[in-house]
Design a protein around this ligand. Sequence first.
Ligand code: NAP
Length: 275
Amino acid sequence: MLSSQASFKQQYGPWAIVAGGSEGIGLAFAELLAKQGVNLVLVSRNEQKLSDARSVIRRQSAVDLRCISADLSHEDSFSSIIQATTDIDIGLLVYNAGAVHGADFFLDQSVESAIDLVNLNCHGPVLLAHHFGRLMRDRQRGGMIFLSSMAALAGGSYITTYAATKSFDIVFAQSLWHELKADNINVLGLIAGATATPAMAASGFDIGQKNEEGLPVFMSSSAVAKEGLDNLENGPIHIVGDVNRASADAFNQLSREQLVNMMSQATAELYNKPS
Ligand SMILES: NC(=O)c1ccc[n+]([C@@H]2O[C@H](COP(=O)([O-])OP(=O)(O)OC[C@H]3O[C@@H](n4cnc5c(N)ncnc54)[C@H](OP(=O)(O)O)[C@@H]3O)[C@@H](O)[C@H]2O)c1
């Protein structure tokens, strides 16, 4: 559970940075953090989406807000993020951006798109965690959340680079969790499954679909973000949602071969590809 507002702000405020904070799960994190009275730095590429996010937060809270338009898959962007935050004390890093990926065989995608994904999901977390982690270590408190995916638990055809980079995020979070505990910095690898976000809708998914029992197939962004913040002190990892946790348990009963075959088949069905 979220600790009291005062102790939450003391540990993770006065500022938080949400990388990929203008919509979907990132915006849901931002809204919850604003409700806790934590000032926000939102990073994403599209200025209009950032401006819309600013209006959403403004309607709910009077926290200070900075928006930085930057592409996290380009190394040059990081100096602008660092320069724009030199005068503020950031106690929480949420590295959220990262879902952007096509579904195709690895060799049929451009190598540039694969490298962009490596930059977004591996390079970006390393750069921001190193920079803000040192500042958190100096003040002896803070937190970091790295978004990962159920896809990272096995990998499979059509999402090779995505799954591999998301697996990096889990192991990165786990290791940092152990290293930074002594410095009072809580680190969490947050493993999400299907979530109703604009990015998923833009990829052609019916994010409102229901299963045979009439329950939503996609979790809401706000439920994912809430579980993330509620479990920030329960690292090193947290799998979001009962259904995803049950799936992860079932994965453990399978051989690696069975698991990768099953993931590949499920991905093919999801993206309407030959299995
Ligand atoms: N949605 C799901 O079903 C699902 C499932 C499992 C895991 N996850 C994980 O949850 C996280 C969030 O997913 P999401 O579905 O909300 O979509 P997302 O596209 O990863 O995140 C959306 C946010 O990230 C920003 N963003 C995307 N690429 C960026 C880049 N190169 N540089 C800077 N900002 C960037 C977007 O704004 P701009 O487009 O304006 O840059 C937006 O603010 C991801 O890490 C994803 O892997 C999602």
